[in-house]
Design a binder for this molecule. Structure first.
Ligand code: NMX
Ligand code: MLT
Length: 432
């Protein structure tokens, strides 16, 4: 099939059967025990969610439908052979579990183009906010305004049967993914480029066109944008943004409502906003010493200063990972290839040596290694996207490509309303 929806339609009965079999034959199989630590510790280590697109291994990191990042770089189609994977390709993979051909990816690119027009009232809703509002606030406002065109909400109100819920969810998810770059680029140009908007270039792919609408046409930046979107798309289901999207969608809130909620979680500094915080922190180090060429001793001193003031070192640590994030590693490889002499890149490389031993000394940090956010900022900065307050919007656009497919599967598999049980402090004490 060249058409993604037809491909999916063929897969759904098979997946429904698999889930039905698990429920009827294996419903009582245990996946682990729930401990007091889990209840008090943000549910770390508690397996409690079905997520089809990807899984994170603590040691190895992300696999998208079983594929590592190097696998994706090797096997997913790019603009040219050997180029970075196209975001359309990871979208196809996450939704279907199959590696798409170049023709399938091109057809999906076309499909997204035909869905990409954003109604004018979306821009007007954003314009109602002060230009000084944070880019994530403006972006999420745009997503809420896109919701006006929700097919799911319309069809559900007209009495759509449950078996067909996935169809308007597909429409909404694909329209959302297709329209986000224009909304996100509008926010960037409104805040940082005097509102001078750049129209989309229909000859370009999803990632290339987003970079173009932001104002960047350097082919290397376009390649980085494709890689960036691909690696930020999905990180299994338990991270704050993905989990939020799933949770909010389970009472049948449509994909726009669910994704806007996800973005609000992504805007937290311990989650997606960390990419902004990393560059801010790096700039503060450079400002302190007046140069990016900083000695190891000086760096150590600055890290201790950050920790002693009760702050975290942004870009380090993770809720699941216990080794360097492979998303960090692939960005490092990209930087080594294209910008090895950039002083900010060299500073980031040095931090990777200096930060982990200091975090380990604290004795409480479970993962002292760098995560995805430790690296993205210096690459964006190198290509001219210097306004770090915008970085989380890029993460948000990318995350729609992981969240959208799961929302479609949630409805196709008829997954129920999420409603875990909570416990009072008194009850917990009594049990203990
Ligand atoms: N700098 C200083 N302290 C840290 C760091 C860090 N980078 N990472 C963890 N800790 C502390 C943490 O604050 C906690 O302290 P306390 O008990 O006093 O509250 C202690 O170490 C134990 O935390 P962990 O169990 O290691 O980490 P947890 O799973 O709770 O949190 C993060 C994971 C990612 C929230 C945490 O590592 C962190 O705050 N990192 C810095 C922010 C960041 O880079 N976030 C981006 C994550 C990736 N993403 O894009 O979402
Ligand atoms: C993510 O990409 O969502 C982050 O690495 C956070 C997480 O996985 O918990």
């Amino acid at each position: 099939n060249l058409d993604l929806q037809s491909e999916l339609r063929e897969l759904i009965p098979e997946y429904q059967e698999r889930v039905k079999k698990l429920k009827t034959d294996y419903g009582k199989v245990e996946l682990g025990n729930i401990t007091v630590d889990m209840v008090l510790g943000g549910m770390r280590g508690m397996t409690a969610l079905l997520w089809l697109g990807s899984a994170v291994d603590p040691e190895e990191g992300i696999r998208f439908r079983g594929m590592t990042i190097p696998d994706c770089q090797k096997l997913l189609p790019g603009v040219k052979p050997g180029g970075e994977p196209l975001p359309e390709a990871i979208l196809w993979l996450l939704l279907t579990g199959k590696i798409p051909s170049k023709e399938q990816v091109d057809s999906l690119s076309q499909e997204l183009q035909t869905r990409a027009t954003v109604p004018d009232y979306v821009f007007k809703a954003i314009d109602a906010l002060p230009v000084s509002a944070h880019p994530m606030t403006q972006f999420t406002t745009g997503v809420m305004a896109l919701q006006v065109q929700s097919e799911f909400q319309k069809q559900h109100q007209s009495g759509l049967a449950k078996a067909r819920y996935w169809e308007p969810t597909y429409e909404d998810s694909m329209n959302l993914i297709a329209r986000l770059p224009a909304v996100a680029a509008y926010v960037y140009r409104r805040i940082f480029k005097d509102g001078k908007i750049i129209p989309r270039d229909e000859s370009l792919d999803y990632g290339g066109n987003y970079a173009h609408m932001l104002g960047f046409d350097d082919p290397q930046m376009l390649e980085f944008m494709r890689l960036y979107i691909t690696i930020h798309s999905d990180h299994e289901g338990g991270n704050v943004s993905s989990h939020t999207a799933h949770l909010v969608s389970t009472p049948l809130a449509d994909p726009y409502l669910a994704f806007a909620a996800a973005l609000n979680g992504l805007a937290g500094p311990l989650h997606g906003l960390a990419n902004q915080e990393v560059l801010r922190w790096i700039r503060s180090v450079v400002a302190e010493f007046g140069t990016p060429h900083i000695s190891t001793e000086e760096l150590k001193e600055y890290i201790h200063k950050t920790l002693n003031s009760g702050q975290v070192v942004p870009g380090y640590g993770h809720g699941v990972l216990r080794k360097t994030d492979p998303r960090y590693t692939c960005q490092r490889e990209f930087a080594l290839k294209h910008l090895p002499d950039d002083p900010y890149f060299q500073l980031v490389s040095k931090l990777k040596e200096v930060v982990p031993p200091i975090l380990l000394q604290l004795g409480k940090v479970k993962n002292p290694w760098p995560n995805v956010d430790a690296h993205s900022g210096v690459l964006l900065n190198y290509y001219g996207l210097t306004e770090e307050n915008y970085y989380t919007v890029l993460f948000g656009v990318s995350r729609s490509i992981g969240v959208g497919p799961q929302l479609i599967w949630d409805r196709a598999l008829g997954l129920p309303l999420e409603r875990p049980k909570s416990i009072t402090l008194e009850k917990l004490e009594a049990i203990c």
